[in-house]
Structure formats: structure tokens, C-alpha cells
Design a protein around this ligand. Structure first.
Ligand code: C2E
Ligand code: CA
Ligand code: CA
Length: 429
């Protein structure tokens, strides 16, 4: 049975053939090459399916040039192809084979980009190898390993060809372990909100704090946000976790106000995932009904990259938050592809300079210049500036010199638990 468009084997037929090859391979290795065409959808959408189909056929005829070395090949679905090759023990090493495919991909890309007028077209390839030690593998596992390596390749900007290794499975296991545990962790209140003070440069007074999530497992181990947040962003669970943080912050502020105690504005982080759902405005409205507090006490931090993902949606969200009376800041400014242009386009109140500007050791002249320019520009645009990651007296003094209004960093305080932060607040004037 053949695939009608490409004339290749159907995937089931391919698997059966591959299984047979695995059983008969002897001392040779079988290499599974799984390739996907990045931005293929764009070709279909822009030029239509006819051109898309032509590209797929072209792609197949390109790799069939190596027919004498190919054991079997199939289209898995859409623009996903899999090819099995045999390598003899004294042939190319696995790494050399990967480098060869990488070169082939580069050549194909150049050719296809010209032909199909799409400069973004790219091939992503994952490779898995069956050798003496992995003979027990079945065909399906071998393909799924290559596919996993392909996904890793797709996430990387620079390398379009990745060799599978067992550690990728460990990563997946950890991801499944974490994401399947999140609902329980929420229910068991394993998450805690920590607070990192923000200081006014001019007076050294406490003028706010950022709420940062902490996760302590029942065995006492901390899982840090840098590890679990990217995972739960992929699964979408970040929305529940963020909402939990917002609720804790509103509850905390309301309790302090009711007790007549001192309060300062608290900022919370907004994951990019909220942008797709936009339930955040409704949720915050409900929180305000449950915990009526002045909106000037809460600020929402949106990372720079959110704005770049979808500027229109981001503007919509900022406007919605503004309408309710909240402040909005641009987080991590300078960490990615900052666009200065963006600053003038967006109605933000505060810009948070990323800690990349404050590297370890003495401050570099270039960083000084950039900081002073950004602060200056923010001032002219009437945007408040805050610098994150301040760790030394030298850095803090320089920020004062250039007129950066607020600072946050280990130099003043690490993120601290609620009770400790309450003491911090009481002690500050
Ligand atoms: P972020 O929003 O840029 O938060 C600041 C991070 O910098 C925090 O890391 C903080 O502990 C760290 N930091 C603060 N001062 C210093 C310093 O002087 N030196 C150094 N080296 N680091 C400093 P943390 O708490 O591990 O959070 C990492 C990231 O995870 C955050 O980056 C934020 O993007 C995300 N995150 C944390 N909590 C939440 C949350 O509740 N919701 C969402 N969506 N993201 C969160
Ligand atoms: Ca932040
Ligand atoms: Ca930040």
C-alpha cells in the first residue's frame, strides 16, 4: 500500500518492514531519520495546497536520491517523513551521520527557499539509532525516539538535526511527573507566595514587592519556577497556578487592610498563556468582588516577549487592566529581542530592566550606557523605570546616578515568605 501523493509506503507498511529489518540487521546499525518541514503550513496558507503538494513531492524526490542506502521510507502524516537507513560497523559514526544529514538539510533549505519564495522554510530532523545494544527495540519505539529528537530540534533555533539520547526520555518523564502532580499540589497547598521587596532609589524606602511562586514538595524539596513554569506553560496549567497567586495576593492585602496594617503595592506575573484565554480579566474582577481592595495596590507584570508574541492581544489586556484601575509593567526588558519601538506603542506604566544588564563583577561601560539610555527614554515617555537583579552597592549607586526610580534585587532582599515580609514592612518607615 502506497501513499497516493508521494508514492512512499504507508506508515503501517513501513513499520512492518522496519520491524523485519531490525530482526535481521546483524552487526549493522539502522538509523531512523524523522523529518518535518517547519513553516510548511505557511506555504499551504499562502500559496495553496497545490504548491504545498508540489513541495512535498519535491522533498521526497530529493531524499530518494539516496535510494540505494534506504531500507524503507514513509510519510507519517502531513509533512512528517520517516526514512530508515542501514549503516555498516565501519561506516559513518552516528555523529558523522547526523552531520551529513545536517548538511543535506542546509542544501535543501537553500534550494527550497529560493524555489518556494519562503525564507523561513526549514527542515527539522531527529535521528535514532538501533544497534547491538538496542536490538530489543521495536520499530514503533525507534520511530517515536526519532520523533522526540525531532521535537527537540524544532525548539532549537540553531540546530536543525538532533540525535536522540536517553536523557530526552528523562526530561519527558520529569515533565509528566510534574504536570500530572500539579492539581494535587494546588489542592494540598504546596505552593507558597514569596515576596521580594522593591526599593525607591531616592529614599531607600520600601515601595512595593513582587509576588513570586515557590513550590515545596511534602518531602521538603523545592522545585524552582525556572524548572516547572516552562512545563506548566506548555500544559496550560500555569493559568491555575497564576490565579492561585493572584488570589493569595488579594487575600493578603485585604487582610492587612482590614487589620489596619501597613500595605504596599504588590506586583504579580502574567504568563503568556493568559493571552490565548483572556479569562484573566474576568477572574480578577471576581477577586475584586471577593476581596475589595484599591486597585492601585496591584500591578501586573507582562514579559517583554508577550508583547512580541501578539501585540494586539497584549494591548487589549493592558487596556482591560487599566480600565479596572491596575498598573501594568513590562517585565524582563532587554532579555530578548527588545524593541524600543514597542515602548512608545504600549500604554505601560513601568518598565523593568532585566538583570542581564547587571552582570557579575564590575559594571561594564557598555551596560552603563544602555541602562542610562533606557532610563532616560522611559523618563521622556513618562514611564517609571525599575532595575531588577541589583546585587551590589556599586550597581545601586549607578542606578541612582542615572535616575532609575526603583530597584529590586538580592542587595536589598531575596524573595522572602509572607511572615518575613510582614516584618520587613513593619520595620520600614
Ligand atoms: P522574573 O519575573 O524575572 O522574577 C525575578 C527573578 O529574579 C526571581 O526568580 C528572583 O528570585 C530573581 N532575582 C531577584 N533578584 C535577584 C538578584 O539580585 N540576583 C539574581 N541572580 N536573581 C534575582 P524566581 O523567583 O526563581 O522566578 C523565576 C521566574 O519564574 C520569574 O522571573 C518569572 O518569570 C517566573 N515566575 C515566578 N513566579 C511566577 C508566578 O507566580 N507566575 C508566573 N507566571 N511566573 C512566575
Ligand atoms: Ca516578574
Ligand atoms: Ca523579570
Amino acid at each position: 500500500m502506497k501513499d497516493t501523493l508521494t508514492g512512499l509506503d504507508q506508515y503501517e507498511v513501513f513499520l512492518a518492514k522496519l520491524q523485519k529489518e531490525i530482526e535481521e540487521v546483524g552487526d549493522d546499525r539502522i538509523v531512523i531519520v524523522y523529518t518535518d518541514i517547519k513553516h510548511f503550513k505557511y506555504i499551504n496558507d499562502t500559496y495553496g495546497y497545490k504548491v504545498g503538494d508540489a513541495l512535498l513531492e519535491d522533498f521526497v524526490s530529493e531524499f530518494m536520491k539516496f535510494e540505494d542506502k534506504i531500507l524503507c521510507a514513509a510519510r507519517v502524516y502531513s509533512d512528517n517523513f520517516v526514512v530508515a537507513n542501514r549503516l555498516s560497523p565501519d561506516g559513518l559514526s552516528n555523529e558523522e551521520f547526523r552531520d551529513l544529514i545536517y548538511q543535506v538539510n542546509l542544501e535543501r533549505e537553500t534550494k527550497f527557499r529560493e524555489k518556494y519564495l519562503n525564507s523561513r522554510l526549514q527542515f527539522c530532523t531527529g535521528i535514532s539509532v538501533i544497534d547491538k545494544n538496542s536490538r530489543s527495540f521495536d520499530a514503533e519505539t525507534a520511530v517515536s525516539n526519532a520523533n522526540l529528537a525531532r521535537k527537540v530540534a524544532k525548539e532549537m533555533e540553531s540546530d536543525s538535526c538532533v540525535l536522540f539520547d536517553q536523557s530526552m526520555m528523562e526530561g519527558i518523564k520529569r515533565e509528566v511527573e510534574i504536570t500530572s502532580y500539579i492539581p494535587k499540589a494546588l489542592a494540598q497547598k504546596e505552593f507558597q507566595v514569596y515576596f521580594q521587596p522593591k526599593i525607591e532609589t531616592e529614599t531607600n524606602a520600601l515601595i512595593g514587592a513582587e509576588a513570586l511562586i515557590r513550590w515545596q514538595r511534602p518531602d521538603g524539596d523545592f522545585v524552582y519556577p525556572d524548572e516547572f513554569i516552562p512545563l506548566i506553560e506548555r500544559s496550560g496549567q500555569i493559568v491555575d497556578v497564576d490565579n492561585y497567586v493572584y488570589r493569595e495576593v488579594f487575600r493578603f492585602l485585604k487582610e492587612r487592610i482590614d487589620e489596619g496594617k501597613k500595605v504596599v503595592p504588590i506586583s504579580v506575573n502574567v504568563s503568556r498563556v493568559h493571552l490565548n484565554k483572556m479569562h484573566i480579566l474576568q477572574y480578577v474582577k471576581e477577586l475584586l468582588e471577593e476581596f475589595p481592595i484599591p486597585c492601585s495596590l496591584v500591578e501586573f507584570e507582562l514579559t517583554e516577549s508577550i508583547y512580541l508574541d501578539n501585540t494586539e492581544r497584549a494591548v487589549e489586556l493592558i487596556k482591560g487592566l487599566h480600565k479596572m484601575g491596575f498598573k501594568v509593567s513590562m517585565d524582563d526588558f532587554g532579555s530578548g529581542y527588545s524593541s524600543l519601538n514597542l515602548l512608545s506603542k504600549l500604554p505601560i506604566d513601568i518598565i523593568k530592566l532585566d538583570r542581564v544588564f547587571l552582570k557579575e563583577g564590575e559594571m561594564q561601560e557598555n551596560d552603563r550606557i544602555i541602562i542610562s539610555c533606557v532610563v532616560d527614554m522611559a523618563k521622556r515617555l513618562r514611564i517609571t523605570s525599575l532595575c531588577e537583579g541589583v546585587e551590589t552597592q556599586e550597581q545601586s549607586a549607578y542606578l541612582k546616578e542615572v535616575g532609575c526610580q526603583m530597584q529590586q534585587g538580592f542587595y536589598f532582599s531575596r524573595p522572602i515568605p509572607q511572615k518575613v515580609f510582614e516584618n520587613f514592612m513593619e520595620k520600614s518607615e
